[in-house]
Design a protein. Sequence first.
Length: 463
Amino acid sequence: MPFAAAQIGLGFRNEISPRAGLLRVREFCMAEIEHFVNPMDKKHLKFASLAATELVLFPNEDQLGSGKTKVMTIGDAVREGVVNNETLGYFMAKTWLFMLKIGMDGGRLRFRQHLKTEMAHYAADCWDLEIKSSYGWVECVGHADRACYDLMVHSKKSKVPLVASYTLPEPREEEVWVMKAEKAVIGKTFKQEQKKVMAALEALTEEGGEGVDQFQKRLEEEGSTILEGCKIERGMVSWTKVKKMVQEVKYMPSVIEPSFGIGRVLYSLMEHSFTQRKADENRCVMAFVPRVAPIKVGVYPLLNKPEFAPYTEKIVSLLTEAGLSNRSDTTGVSVGRRYSRADEIGCPFGVTIDYETLSSQDVTVRERDSTAQIRVQIEQLVPLLAGLVEGSKSWEKDAMGRFPVVRMGDEEGEEEGGAEGGGNGSVTTGAGALTIVEKTPRGRFSRPAEGAGLPDIGKLSVK
């Protein structure tokens, strides 16, 4: 211990009436972890690394009282008894961080604790991660401390003891109950149910404690008592306490179960990612974070001409070899319109091949959310995009801070003019000061921007 198993698959509920779009269906994808622990020790070795993680909690007391959520670190929540134990808190914190990592809006997440009236009779504690969408607060992930109930029921039905054990560092003396059963009398009385009765008596003996003491008292005082629906008479069984040296301790594990409704999580992510351009509400964007976007990079030749084809094929090949999912769009519409189409499916980066590429071997890279564009040499393209997708690099620091910027993220006019990257008078940030990019019939020039603090700002330098 601890021992864990994870699984993913389909669940079915015939009694449900489908409603609320994709949120309440008869067939749905689930993913869950069954994390077994010693019921007397529910600490988690990695809990300290997440103890400072802040969560939005809605405990049952606040649901019935103030009606307000509270922000707490998971360490404080466990320490103050709001969350039952470290292992349950660990999975709650990991789930919260996972949701933020895939792009959920943290302002629309909360953990709601089950009320006493809705918590399962066997549960030690239970929290649902709820996500706010157009349907309101929807339960998407359940976190339950199911105690020993699951293994107990399996063991009871299968007649197989499902127990774990650990060895004590030093043997210790303990008082244990020893059962003496009159098997001949039990067999003659119960016949086919003999095995059932003996299994129940042995289970009672293993539990020990007050259970055995009370059972034996009833036998002595009343002459009989009921066990598993069978009437046990005085004289059929008796117990005595003996002292013995114990080296191994056996116990039935408890289970902590995080259970994810994959369909609900995915639907909520799509709602949280949907947005519209301020300049034109008809331009819709699925703002998926790069790591979960289905297509990471779009490749766009400026025109569908033979001279651009080798560069398109080369870039697609480089991206594919690096494991970056991509799609080339060689249709005849403007690049700006192709950008908009890619925005609608959540593609975070676009690579445009233009006439400058033919001579300087660089391309324009566009970022979806800001619409900013930079110029990148083809040999540096894959390392940059791979880092941006993995999250090891940032657009502001590692892209706009290191490469010439040819567009600062102005949404207006992009649909028609986003093809060539920059346009006349675009602001560019290179390695250091701001510059102005000028395009003339003679070529493309850059000069320091006014107020950049550089001498001789009037000189033009040919790129």
